[in-house]
Design a protein around this ligand. Sequence first.
Ligand SMILES: *Cc1c(COP(=O)(O)O)cnc(C)c1O
Length: 363
Amino acid sequence: MKIYSYGKQHLEFDDYIEVLKTLKSPFLTCGPKVKEFENAICDYTGAKYCVAVNSATSGLHIAMLAAGVGVGDEVITTPITFLSSANCARFVGADVKFADIIPETANIDPDEIKKHITSKTKAVVPVHFAGQSCDMEAINEILPKDRKIFVIEDAAHAIGSDYKDTKVGSCKYSDMTVFSFHPVKTITTGEGGAVTTNNEELYKKLLAYRSHGMHHTEDWKYDMIELGLNYRITDIQAALGVSQIRKLDKFKKRRREIVDFYNKNLKLPHLIEKEFSNACFHLYPVLVENREKFYHDARKVGLNLQVHYIPVHTQPYYRQFGYNWGDYPNAENYYKKCISLPLYPDLTNKDLQIIIKRLSTVL
Ligand SMILES: *Cc1c(COP(=O)(O)O)cnc(C)c1O
């Protein structure tokens, strides 16, 4: 029986060749492929600057550092996300405040963000859930005008997506955008991530925080100004990224076809795409009544599905700050029923027919 899981990378011969060529080149890291990948991300998204890193988690961390977020500050994000969107605030000693979601998109609700803004709020981290952009204009509108609050998009799901007239990552409505290139995401470098920005000052800080806070002066000399890290991506990974981003529009087309197919052929509640969005969908979550049973029954017929996500505020780590079940009803109701179906470009129409048939036996 062929096993289908909720996501899977797509690599072709030219991807292998790019990696092999880099393995035979003088630079395995700190070489030209990293810059080439960053330029390709800038060209694709329309952002002015890009800093490629070894994961989105690292990208979120240095975005927090570049924004100057620290102890005593508050960062607002959604409970329906992967842990990193909240953890990045904790890495720099800031407090996490959650804002509930809009049920029909599972994206953070701008009105809920507004309720949680205080004099300590230093950053908002909207997450483009399943690939669909948050309403970035609405988020910017509710932010106070008299002081700076950084908007840092967690676009780990959303490379290839559009919001209104822009690509996600253009930073038209934000200070920085963070992407992930983990194999389950839309394009992959094995592990990897990137931060885009249009702000030169933030760009320079991101570069420094990626690599020990070192600023080269002349010859072998350097000054360490910030306390930086080693979050560098290798040229081997960047080579794969250069080759993968060329395929992004093809991936997007197929991902949208699969989402259309599910929308038409399954009678299950699913996310609604808003008029401002043209998403490169990363996930296809549906809502089912008895999720635990559905999960196990699906496994028995070769469907390895996944839950996105356990609300972050209910994690033991976050409960120490006073959070508990009941705090974010929309997020919790969503979580109780959600399960993500297979969505990746390798799925053929025949695979989709098989998946539909198997689903009909477990529903
Ligand atoms: C995958 C993911 C991350 C973390 O990405 P890594 O590259 O694995 O560090 C962060 N945020 C969201 C929403 C994700 O889905």
